[in-house]
Design a protein around this ligand. Structure first.
Ligand code: CUA
Length: 336
């Protein structure tokens, strides 16, 4: 019975509502346009399939006459059906969809680097396999860097510049917009707008290596005042550890291998090849949104990253003893 329920359309429907990562649950104007065309296509294809099955049913149940009365196609029979059903109708439908697709495409402005009024607020750089998120500002003190979790204000479009540090990736948050590629040496731009506050899951949509599937991201749309407060917090340097354990953890971080790749603003750790950890504790996930950000997963990530995400740049660091590992994680967990 339970198994039957798992296969039932009701369950699939519930699953669909549960998952925000779907083109059919749009939360912004660009995604709405895509969803409208998607629904149109789904309904159109369902109608075509229904007509096909109806014709098959008629042919099977009402079939009359012998082979002599209905000559096969190679003997000159049924040419009208082939021309109308096999060429004309599909041709018309495909042409109509082509025109609708072109129209949809034209409704998304293509920005190039030369546009004078193009003011990207966020620069996203794709890495194998994570997203570097840089909040741009002419005033360097108002810039901030984070990873994999992109906060935007709701209710207005935000222009995002997309770059790649290595191979081609694709930025895709189905509830908000269509796919836009991150191409090495060729910045792309996308306008993202969330009509209301919410958390939207996204993913890399272009195969980019072993951990392409673990290159996930979150877009968190907040009311403008809340967003402003969040951004102000992200601009600040890291919180000084207060507990003795976290202070010890800071020393482990700064004197060990971590600081060679990761940055923690306000400390000497200035590595640029791995995610900025200045406010890691404020993020919900680690490893490009592959695992929840908690003590157990952080300890596992530090010591056995290659088991959790094989071939990622993060090496296994199994040499920490229990005390040092706990201190290190205690330090990371208070970097709000
Ligand atoms: Cu990055 Cu697929």
């Amino acid at each position: 019975m339970r198994r039957l329920f798992l296969l039932s359309p009701l369950f699939l429907l519930l699953l669909g509502c549960e998952r925000v990562q779907s083109t059919l649950y749009p939360a912004g104007p660009a995604a709405h346009r895509i969803a409208t065309v998607s629904w149109f296509m789904i309904i159109l294809f369902l109608v075509v399939i229904a007509i096909m099955w109806a014709l098959i049913a008629i042919a099977v149940t009402k079939g009359k006459g012998t082979l002599e009365e209905h000559a096969p196609v190679d003997m000159g029979g049924g040419h009208g059906w082939v021309a109308i059903g096999g060429l004309m109708i599909p041709g018309l439908i495909l042409f109509a969809l082509f025109v609708i697709g072109l129209q949809l495409l034209a409704s998304f402005p293509i920005h190039s680097h030369g546009d004078a009024n193009l003011r990207p607020e966020i620069l996203i750089t794709g890495h194998q396999w994570w997203w570097e998120v840089h909040y741009l500002n002419a005033d360097a003190s108002k810039q901030a860097t984070t990873a994999n979790e992109i906060h935007i204000p709701s209710g207005r479009p935000v222009t995002i510049e997309l770059k790649s540090a290595d191979v081609i990736h694709s930025f895709w948050v189905p509830a908000l917009h269509g796919k836009v590629d991150l191409i090495p040496g060729h910045p792309n731009f996308v306008r993202v707008e969330a009509a209301h506050p919410g958390v939207f899951h996204g993913t890399c949509a272009e195969y980019c290596g072993a951990q392409h599937g673990h290159m996930r991201l979150l877009v968190i749309a907040q009311p403008p005042a809340e967003y402003k407060a969040w951004l102000q917090g992200q601009r600040k340097p890291a919180q000084e550890p207060t507990s003795p354990e976290a202070q010890m953890g800071e020393q482990v971080f700064l004197t060990g291998p971590c600081s060679m790749c990761h940055s923690i603003r306000g400390t000497v750790a200035g590595g640029r090849v791995a995610p900025d950890l200045t406010h890691i504790a404020s993020r919900e996930y680690i490893a490009a949104n592959s695992y929840r950000n908690n003590n157990a997963n952080l300890e596992a990530w530090v010591t056995h990253a290659q088991s959790l995400k094989p071939e990622a740049q993060m090496p296994n660091l199994p040499d920490f003893d229990g005390q040092h590992l706990r201190a290190l994680v205690a330090y990371l967990r208070q970097l709000q």
